[in-house]
Design a protein around this ligand. Structure first.
Ligand code: IFM
Length: 467
């Protein structure tokens, strides 16, 4: 019997979530899998970027990461102990179709078949994300997301995956956080591939919208009728510093280039007019071909939201290179008040409520899922093997309460996925930031449940939060 199995009977929940609410954890391939050169996987942009001196803290790479590729069964067993109903993972494109356009790699497909089958055996619903930033390097060499062909290669890859596990994976997410892929990858260059061009960032954003639509259409044609097709956005909860018109205009600009650049094409088949105006000095958007916006707006079944913290903005200017194409000379970011996580991100659960209720109003009828939420803190395993992380518990508790409040106020939120199951490779921060509810000792790969993991297991078991 495990420690979690032996926990005392949970008291009656006061704050109960709806029947069928999905309680999940989330990870991404490059952040946990490791096995970067095994079984036919070829390099992605993140393999190249992490090997470029100065790009990732301590020169860390995802070569080994949390070694999930070899510890699949142990990690599924962990999730079973936690009692999660769903697991959101991503598929490494260069593992299943090395080079992005070459032959399919049977060993890569086998890995994801084992993952999906193992989850189903454990009674956990698999939720697959096709793109969590690990673009095959060969495609980047041909222009990456600035090249529209990449969108077509992405749709082919979606169809390959639907053929491989489409009968067993009920939920498919095309892209994770295309804003980061476009604007951190091609705008300010802090993510792979590390390019710094406003034009490239806007072009990439458009091709990601196109890729989403092409892939959603391909999935719809290949999957069983009841499959759920989704997209995950990291929508920015933007607040003006004051009610002054200049500050409100700064917030409008960030909303345009941070949120509506994806929401409008995907849900309304149009580009935001103000975005086109704001970016006139960068591009005339002639890379948008006839029919692209209709393709981007093929109907989908739900929207995933990743939320961590809000942004406060005022009239001013931002440093260059910036991830805010067309807005950088008009907007400055102000520190939001309140406690901060180890990422120096403010803790503010109201921002999550604001995003969910905004979507309730703007996208009626679109089911919402919180596909990421969580926090990094300075965790360590003490000599008796405990990892006490009360700040993370408080963070999770306050954000789940915000979800509950949004539900009570009419937002159709179907689930919550905690980021992250395991400590992992936090992109440009390498292994210096720990988001997991399970501690990973990267020297030994030993996994230890943090207190937050026990807390989450209890919340799941009682179907809500203690009052
Ligand atoms: O680790 C990332 C994840 O890959 C995407 N969303 C934000 C997380 C924390 O930065």
């Amino acid at each position: 019997m495990t420690a979690l199995d032996a926990r005392p009977q949970a008291p009656a929940a006061v704050l109960r979530f709806p029947e069928g609410f999905r309680w999940g954890t989330a990870t991404a391939a490059y952040q946990i899998e490791g096995a970067a050169a095994e079984d036919g996987r070829t390099p992605s942009v993140w393999d190249t970027f992490s090997r470029t001196p100065g790009k990732v803290r301590n020169g860390d790479t995802g070569d080994i990461a949390a070694d999930h590729y070899h510890r699949l069964d142990e990690d599924i067993a962990l999730m079973r102990r936690l009692g999660v109903t769903d697991y959101r993972f991503s598929i490494a494109w260069p593992r299943v179709r090395p080079t992005g356009s070459g032959p399919v790699n049977a060993k890569g497909l086998d890995f994801y078949r084992r993952l999906v089958d193992g989850l189903l055996e454990a009674g956990i619903r698999p939720v697959a994300t096709l793109y969590h930033w690990d673009l095959p390097q060969e495609l980047e060499d041909e222009g990456g997301w600035t090249n529209r062909d990449t969108a077509y290669r992405f749709a082919e890859y979606a169809e390959i995956m639907a053929g491989a596990v489409g009968d067993r994976v009920a939920t498919w997410t095309t892209l994770n956080e295309p804003w980061c892929a476009a604007f951190l990858g091609y705008g300010n260059g802090v993510h792979a591939p590390g390019r710094t061009s406003d034009l490239d960032a806007l072009r990439a954003a458009h091709h990601l919208n196109l890729a989403h639509g092409l892939a959603a259409r391909a999935l719809r044609g290949a999957l069983p009728a009841e499959s759920e097709i989704s997209l995950t956005l990291n929508l920015h909860a933007v607040r003006p510093l004051s009610a002054a018109p200049e500050d409100r205009d700064a917030a409008r600009r960030i909303d345009a280039v941070g949120n509506r650049i994806f929401l409008d094409p995907v849900f309304h088949g149009r580009l935001p007019e103000d975005l086109v105006r704001d970016t006139a000095g960068v591009t005339d958007w002639s890379f948008v071909a006839d029919g692209d916006l209709a393709t981007a707006s093929v109907p989908i079944d739900s929207l995933g939201i990743n939320y961590y913290s809000p942004s406060v903005v005022a009239a001013g200017s931002s440093e260059s290179p910036s991830p805010w194409a067309g807005a950088e000379r008009h907007v400055r970011f102000e520190p939001a008040p309140g406690p901060r996580t180890a990422m120096d991100w403010p803790v503010d659960a109201d921002g999550l409520y604001e995003v969910l209720t905004r979507l309730r109003d703007e996208l009626p009828g679109v089911p919402l899922v919180v596909t990421e939420n969580g926090a990094a803190y300075e965790d360590y395993a003490d000599p008796s093997g405990n990892v006490k992380d009360p700040e993370r518990v408080a963070y999770l508790d306050s954000h789940l309460r915000a979800v509950h409040r949004a539900l009570a106020d009419g937002a159709d939120v179907r689930g919550y996925f905690l980021w992250s199951l395991l400590d992992n490779f936090e992109w440009a921060f390498g292994y210096s930031k720990r988001f997991g509810i399970v501690h990973v000792d990267f020297a030994t790969q030993r996994r230890t449940l943090k207190d937050s993991a026990r807390w989450y297991a209890e919340a799941i078991a009682r179907g809500g939060l203690e009052n």
